[in-house]
Design a protein around this ligand. Structure first.
Ligand code: GDP
Ligand code: IMO
Ligand code: MG
Length: 422
């Protein structure tokens, strides 16, 4: 029996989709526990690329069952499109996808409010998928959940109540047009018809599966530094991507979780606004973006790129409890003569003892680097650790030692077979 949490260890887009796909060959169940269609998890099967936003990346292995946990916020349109797309590509969904009754629904006003917030002075650079406003309603105890779809009278009442309030806000505060209640009610009733067969009591099913000795992967979205509690607040998402969120977002208690694996990109990227101490603004950053194809899987935005930050990673390791890591995109560094790794932060000549999550402080740190020789060799066909150039091995050993985790997987390309297991 193994219940493993897969967490993004940096600012998202570490390659979680690829690693979950690789590992799910050996697991029976994959569960998404937070976030929503802000996520974009890429999996390559042969030459076919899949970008998953809501459905767990285990869906591409036909024997794997996939669950969307209560911690996820579900956009009906995005979910139906994803199901349709996958079915069109020959992936079976019926009988393999299960959705928690307690998951919250993204409503049209959430997306609208997301875009209104982003046009104001407190811009975060969100994905515009309505994530923040949906979680706001969840915690304000006004949200509409999957379970509400099951009784259309309750659904109608809840939508009416919410829209009355939102229309007031839209009209009086934001000077926007009012929303059409009837059209929205109709849309969500249609959605219910489409997803009714998938709705399940997820905590009970998952805990029974654990009792039966089944193995489960918990697939996080985003990354630790985007966590609303532990990330670079306010430049974060509105959920808990860190490993603690795997319990609250699925109903699997902490005592049943056996390990936490961190997905770690061999350098650093970030999309959207917020501090990024090791960001490379010149030619080297451009080179990482180009070779690494660093453009958002959800929004297409260019990702900001920079050197590996071991100081950040040791913080991420601590708050997630990462024991083992999968290092991704090592191949992207093949082109550099020298590769830098940030090992500490300084402010006014004084080394910081711990990672600052106060953005004002983080904006003012000076990263302290150590430089390692590059390997200048193509890694994309290497499948055995021993065949890696010694400089690449030294780099891996250096980042693992400075960050405090063991490495168990090394990814040298987006494809399934471009993977080295230790
Ligand atoms: P996720 O959100 O963490 O699942 O990551 P994304 O899918 O948003 O971004 C990772 C990108 O890197 C995708 O385009 C993957 O196909 C690609 N990728 C994953 N692993 C590797 C790797 O080892 N090398 C290279 N070159 N690309 C990779
Ligand atoms: P995956 O799962 C990278 C970022 C956005 C923005 C901030 C808040 O593919 O790694 P939101 O729409 O969540 O309110 O935006 O979080 N962000 C991501 N960055 N990968 C993601 O997901 C992200 N999901 C959200 O760019 O800075
Ligand atoms: Mg992504």
């Amino acid at each position: 029996m193994s219940v493993t949490v897969i967490v993004g260890s940096q600012w998202g887009d570490e390659g979680k989709g690829k690693i979950v796909d690789i590992l799910s060959e050996r697991y029976e169940i994959v569960v998404r526990y937070q976030g929503g269609a802000n996520a974009g998890h890429t999996v390559l099967v042969g030459d076919q690329q899949f970008i998953l936003h809501l459905i767990p990346s285990g869906i591409l292995r036909e024997n794997v069952l996939c669950f969307i946990g209560n911690g996820v916020v579900i956009d009906p349109k995005a979910l139906l499109e994803e199901i349709k797309l996958l079915e069109g590509l020959g992936i079976s969904i019926a009988g393999r996808l299960f959705i928690s009754q307690n998951a919250h629904l993204i409503m049209p006003y959430h997306k609208l409010l997301d875009s209104i917030n982003e046009s104001g002075n407190s811009k975060i650079g969100t994905t515009g998928r309505g994530i923040g406003p949906c979680y706001i309603d969840k915690y304000a105890r006004k949200g509409i959940r999957i379970v509400d779809l099951l009784d259309h009278k309750v659904l109608e009442e809840k939508i009416k109540l919410n829209i009355e309030e939102k229309n007031n806000l839209l009209k009086k505060v934001y000077n926007q047009e009012e929303l059409n209640v009837d059209a929205i009610i109709k849309e969500y009733i249609e959605f219910d018809k489409a997803i009714d067969p998938y709705i399940t009591d997820v905590p009970t099913v998952l805990n029974n599966a654990i009792e039966e000795g089944k193995s489960i992967l918990l697939e996080g979205a985003q990354g630790a530094l985007l966590d609303v509690d532990f990330g670079t607040y306010p430049f974060v998402t509105s959920s808990n991507p860190t490993s603690g969120g795997a319990s609250t977002g699925s109903g699997i208690p902490p005592t049943k979780i056996s390990s936490v694996m961190g997905i770690v990109k061999a350098y650093t990227t970030r999309v959207g606004l917020g501090p990024f101490p090791t960001e490379l603004l010149g030619e080297e950053g451009e080179r990482l973006r180009k070779i690494g194809a660093e453009y958002g899987a959800t929004t297409g935005r260019p990702r900001r790129c920079g050197w590996f930050d071991a100081f950040l990673l040791s913080y991420s390791r601590m708050i997630n409890g990462i024991e083992r890591a999968a290092i991704t995109k090592l191949d992207v560094l093949s082109n550099f003569d020298q590769i830098k790794v940030c090992v500490a932060y300084e402010i006014q000549g004084k080394k910081l003892k711990s990672f600052p999550t106060d953005v004002n402080k983080l904006m003012n740190v000076t990263p302290i680097y150590e430089s390692l020789p590059g390997w200048k060799t193509d890694l994309t066909n290497i499948t055995n650790y021993n065949e890696l150039p010694s400089e690449a091995k030294d780099y891996l050993q250096f980042i693992s030692q400075k960050s405090g985790f063991e490495i168990s997987i090394i990814s040298v390309g987006p494809k399934r077979d471009q993977t080295i297991e230790l």
